[in-house]
Design a protein around this ligand. Structure first.
Ligand code: NAD
Length: 495
């Protein structure tokens, strides 16, 4: 029996709306702190500790000592699995509270949090728990008097630096495989959305993940993220966020100990609709989800619609009708709401700036384009611009808001060229009824995930990450994510 809306938010209010360091010996030290706001109302809902380099150092030292002690790194895979499954079970017991926290803290629609973010978070943790004791090493083909074993070992102390758009889920994408592989982990959530991270790490400790092995440092990018990136005893950082900050982590690595860096960054994903696509009515909802799901604050957001000239007008009519019938903009606590506010005033201004620039550069506004006077006034109507050319800012830059750019093509070669004509390469969708075309085009698109006749990031079993400036050094999800968090050792036995 699902809880009523009021009950869910009461759960969150009853929770201590605080997030701060979870480092043995330092978890009572709550100062200094900054406020965290509900993006819809702009009212203060909680406090977040501003951790500094000292906190980061303490977390890394705890992680290092735990790693060398073997308390987690040398625990049998079956035992790590048991603890992580217990963690998933505790999260399941608290899933409504966690959904309410992400809704309140990030402005994400509650229905999405309840039906997608938190179930996927729990599934991710259980999936990697189940994978731990099914991974084998290799024996190399040697002469009979030698034995060459190729084994995988955890990397050591890993930092996970997270974005704000899927607070709980992005944490799980990193923490589950990193811990499954036996590493110590220091998590640094985005400063705008730390509440669910605090609760999820607490529940990991309750499940039996040692407190030294899994620590949390909350705070700002410069004060908390940078010391983690520069720390000489961190072996690896797995980062999800903007390409701009991702680049900084490569410099932090170069300036310190050449720690491994994995980057999951931004995108400007194309959705190509060919003239032979099956019923346009059927694909319209998928196109709208790609563009406007999570307010467009989604790395794989299908923000460029590249549509064959002959079907464009018909498709745009259908899209506009579907937008009017669905996609309610409103309070994210309302279960009917599909579009909540932008995460913060600065981001709202940035999105509005892109709309203004698109108009100034000659794109044709056919829908939306307005800020709505709801809550604190930071909601942006789902917006569609037609006549967008490859030279325009709206075609090239990640808006991270509900703004769809429409461009037409006449030949398959032109569609492929347009799809690849940005610096990003995270995801793409294509719609066609021709199987051979689907094969040709999906292979020609330079992106980490290409969905055919749908919009999808795959599921937990499929790797996710970017080509070009969308990614570097590894993949989240799938068994491939475990590769991020292990290193390869050769054991050579003489005859
Ligand atoms: P961001 O780059 O601003 O911040 C990400 C993290 O980096 C935060 O924890 C932040 O505190 C930290 N940080 C910021 N400045 C730093 C600095 N100077 N040194 C060290 N750390 C610093 O990104 P965001 O605004 O939180 O998230 C939005 C971005 O994330 C978008 O570009 C989106 O496409 C991307 N994203 C990518 C994926 C993916 O899987 N590829 C998933 C989600 C989001």
């Amino acid at each position: 029996m699902p809880l009523k809306k009021e009950d869910v938010f009461q759960l969150a209010r009853d929770a201590q709306l605080y997030a701060g360091a979870l480092i043995p010996g330092l978890d009572d030290d709550h100062e200094p702190h900054f406020d965290t706001l509900n993006p819809f109302t702009q009212q203060v809902i909680g406090r977040v500790q501003q951790c500094n380099g000292g906190h980061v150092d303490a977390a890394v030292k705890a992680g290092r000592a735990a790693f060398e002690s073997g308390v987690w790194s040398r625990l049998s895979p079956a035992e790590r699995k048991r603890i992580m499954l217990r963690w998933a079970a505790l999260l399941q017991e608290r899933h409504e509270e966690l959904a309410a926290l992400d809704c309140l803290d990030a402005g994400k629609p509650i229905t999405e949090c309840l039906n997608t973010d938190i179930p996927d978070t729990i599934h991710t943790i259980a999936w990697y728990a189940e994978a731990i004791d099914k991974l084998f090493g290799k024996i190399s083909p040697t002469a009979s008097d030698n034995l060459g074993l190729i084994v995988k070992e955890p990397i050591g102390v890993v930092g996970a630096v997270l974005p704000w758009n899927f607070p709980a889920l992005m944490l799980a994408w990193k923490a589950a495989p990193a811990l499954a592989a036996g590493n110590s982990l220091v998590i640094k959530p985005a400063e705008l959305t730390s509440l669910s991270a605090y609760r999820i790490v607490q529940l990991a400790h309750e499940a039996g993940v040692p407190k030294d092995v899994l620590t949390l440092v909350t705070g700002l990018g410069e004060e908390t993220g940078k010391p983690l990136g520069l720390h000489p005893d961190v072996d690896m950082v797995s980062f999800t966020g903007s390409t701009e900050v991702g680049r900084l982590f490569l410099t932090y690595s170069a300036q310190s100990n050449l720690k491994e860096i994995v980057l999951e960054c931004g995108g400007k994903s194309p959705q190509i609709v060919f003239e032979d696509s099956y019923a346009l009515e059927e694909i319209a909802d998928s196109i709208l989800s790609a563009a406007f799901w999570n307010m467009g604050e989604n790395c794989s957001c299908g923000s460029r619609l590249i549509v064959h000239k002959s079907v464009k007008d018909k498709l745009l009519k259908i899209l506009q009708k579907r937008l009017v019938d669905g996609w309610k903009v409103g309070d994210p606590q309302d279960p009917e709401t599909a579009i909540g506010p932008m995460i913060e005033p600065a981001h709202f201004e940035k999105v509005c700036g892109y709309i203004k620039t698109a108009k100034g550069e000659g794109a044709k506004l056919i829908r939306g384009g307005e800020a709505l006077k709801l809550g604190a006034g930071m909601s942006v109507e789902p917006t569609i611009f037609d006549g967008v050319t490859a030279e325009m800012t709206l075609f090239q830059e990640e808006v991270f808001g509900p703004v769809l750019a429409v461009t037409t093509f006449e030949t398959e070669a032109e569609a492929i060229h347009l799809a690849n004509a940005t610096n990003y390469g995270l995801a793409a969708s294509l719609y066609t009824s021709d199987l051979r075309r689907a094969q040709r085009v999906s292979r020609a698109i330079k992106a980490g995930t290409v969905s055919i006749n749908c919009f999808s990031e795959g599921d937990i079993a499929t790797p996710f990450g970017g080509y070009k400036t969308s990614g570097f050094g590894g993949r989240d999800k799938g068994l491939e994510a475990l590769e991020q968090y292990v290193q390869t050792k050769t054991l050579w036995y003489g005859g």
